[in-house]
Write a protein that binds this ligand. Structure first.
Ligand code: MN
Length: 418
C-alpha cells in the first residue's frame, strides 16, 4: 500500500509574485493561498504551514488524537499569522487560506479554512470535499444565486473565513477512508476559478505520473488565462500489490465503517457522500462554542445585519443631518434636514423646523421653487431664505391700486421712487 504525492505551484500569467504555498511531507499535505499587500501574502501562507510541518510524520494512538493534533496545528497557524501581523505594520491585515490533510493508517483527516479546495476522484466520480468559505457560497446555500452565477460573481473572491483573524478560529474537519485508486487533490482557487471540475477530473483520470498531473493542471489554468497564483497537490492511494481483501482491512476500522456499508449498498455515485454525511465527518469546530454551525451562522448573520442597520441608520442620519433644504410640509413652508429622497419606505429627510408661512403667502414662482425644494447651506441659511421669500402682496386683488397709472414702471426698472 503506497501513497504517491506530488505538488506544483506557479504564479500564473498575470501576477508577478506567488502568494500560494504548499507542503508535502510524510503524513501532512497542505495548500495555503496568502493574501495581503506587498510581501504579506507570501509571509502569511508560509507562516501558516510551519505548525503543520512540525506535526509531520508523527504517529498517533487513534483517530481522535490525530484529528486533535491537526486542529491544534491549524489553531497554532492562526496564532502565528496573527502575531506576525501585529509585529510589523507591513504585515497588517495579512491572511491565508489553509486546506490540510493528515494521512493516518488508511484514513485521511482534513482540516479546512477558506476557499482553497480538496477533491476526491473515486471510481470515476469527482467530488469537492471541502465547502468554500466565501460570500458567494453562502448566497448559493441560501438559494439566492445559482452555482453558475457564483462562478462569475464580482465578489466571488471574498472569503468569510481565513487564517490570520484574531480570536477563535472556525475549522472544518473531516475524515475519509481511503479506497484503492483514490485520488485526492488539494488546490488553490487559481485552478478552480478558471478550470471546470470536469476538466480537472479528466486530467486526473489520465493517470499520468503524479508529478506530470500536477503540472498539467497548472498548465490548464494558465491556458485559461492564469489570472491568479495556481497551486496543486495530488495524492494517489495505491494498494495494488495484491494486498489483503478489502473486507478484512475495513473490518477493524471503528468509526468510519459506515463507508463500507454505503459502498456496498447504494449506487457508487453519491453513496460515499451520503456515507460522509451520516458519519457526520465534515464538522466545523470552534473551541468554546457549543452552538451547531447553522445556528452560529444565523446568529452571526443577525448580529451583522443589526450592526449594519445601526451603522447605516446612525451614519446616514449623521451625514443627512449635515444637509438642509427648504420645502413644503403640507401647505406650510418648512426647513428640512437630509435629502429630498427616500429608499423604499425610508425617507432620507425630516422636518427640522416648521414655519407659519403658508405656501399661498409666497409669490407663485417661489412657491414652485419651494415645491421642488431649495437647498440651504445651514439652518441659518434656510431661515434667511424663508425670511427673504418674496411674498404675495397682502392685498393683491381685494384692494385696487391707488394709482393705476404708475405701478408698472417701478417694478420694471427696479427703482421705487417714493
Ligand atoms: Mn488565490
Amino acid at each position: 500500500m503506497r501513497l504517491f504525492a506530488a505538488g506544483h505551484t506557479d504564479p500564473g500569467r498575470v501576477r508577478s509574485s506567488n502568494e500560494d504555498a504548499y507542503f508535502i511531507g510524510d503524513s501532512i499535505f497542505a495548500v495555503a493561498d496568502g493574501m495581503g499587500g506587498h510581501v504579506a501574502g507570501e509571509v502569511a501562507s508560509a507562516t501558516a504551514l510551519v505548525p503543520l510541518e512540525e506535526i509531520d510524520a508523527k504517529v498517533y494512538p487513534d483517530g481522535a488524537t490525530a484529528i486533535h493534533a491537526l486542529e491544534g496545528a491549524i489553531k497554532e497557524a492562526n496564532e502565528q499569522v496573527v502575531s506576525k501581523a501585529e509585529e510589523s505594520p507591513e504585515y497588517e491585515g495579512m491572511g491565508t487560506t489553509l486546506t490540510a490533510l493528515m494521512f493516518e493508517g488508511r484514513r485521511i483527516h482534513f482540516a479546512h479554512v477558506g476557499d482553497s479546495r480538496a477533491y476526491l476522484l473515486r471510481d470515476g466520480q469527482f467530488n469537492q470535499l471541502t465547502r468554500d468559505h466565501t460570500f458567494v457560497q453562502q448566497l448559493v446555500e441560501e438559494g439566492r444565486i445559482s452555482e453558475e452565477e457564483a462562478a462569475v460573481h464580482p465578489r466571488r473572491s471574498v472569503i468569510t473565513r481565513a487564517i490570520g483573524v484574531p480570536g477563535e478560529i472556525d475549522v472544518d474537519v473531516m475524515t475519509l477512508d481511503l479506497e484503492q485508486g483514490d485520488q485526492l487533490l488539494l488546490c488553490s482557487d487559481g485552478l478552480t476559478g478558471v478550470v471546470d471540475d470536469d476538466d480537472i477530473a479528466e486530467i486526473l483520470g489520465q493517470l499520468d505520473p503524479p508529478e506530470r498531473t500536477v503540472e498539467r493542471l497548472v498548465q490548464a489554468a494558465n491556458r485559461a488565462g492564469g489570472p491568479d497564483n495556481i497551486t496543486t497537490v495530488l495524492l494517489r492511494w495505491d494498494e495494488t500489490p495484491t494486498g489483503p481483501a478489502r473486507d478484512g482491512n475495513t473490518a477493524d476500522l471503528s468509526g468510519p465503517a459506515i463507508l463500507v456499508q454505503s459502498s456496498a449498498g447504494e449506487g457508487p455515485g453519491d453513496s460515499w457522500v451520503q456515507g460522509m454525511r451520516r458519519f457526520g465527518s465534515f464538522t466545523s469546530r470552534r473551541r468554546g462554542t457549543g452552538l451547531p454551525q447553522h445556528r452560529r451562522n444565523l446568529a452571526g448573520l443577525l448580529v451583522a445585519l443589526i450592526l449594519l442597520g445601526a451603522l447605516l441608520y446612525g451614519g446616514g442620519r449623521w451625514l443627512l443631518g449635515r444637509s438642509w433644504y427648504v420645502g413644503v410640509e403640507g401647505d406650510q413652508v418648512a426647513i428640512f434636514q437630509g435629502v429630498d429622497a427616500s429608499i423604499g419606505p425610508l425617507d432620507l429627510h425630516w422636518v427640522a423646523e416648521t414655519t407659519d408661512l403658508d405656501l399661498g403667502d409666497v409669490a407663485p414662482f417661489f412657491a414652485d421653487r419651494l415645491r421642488s425644494t431649495i437647498p440651504a447651506a445651514s439652518l441659518t441659511d434656510a431661515r434667511r431664505i424663508i425670511e427673504n421669500a418674496p411674498r404675495v402682496s397682502p392685498t393683491p386683488t381685494t384692494t385696487p391700486s391707488p394709482t393705476p397709472s404708475t405701478p408698472a414702471s417701478p417694478t420694471d426698472d427696479g427703482t421705487t421712487p417714493s
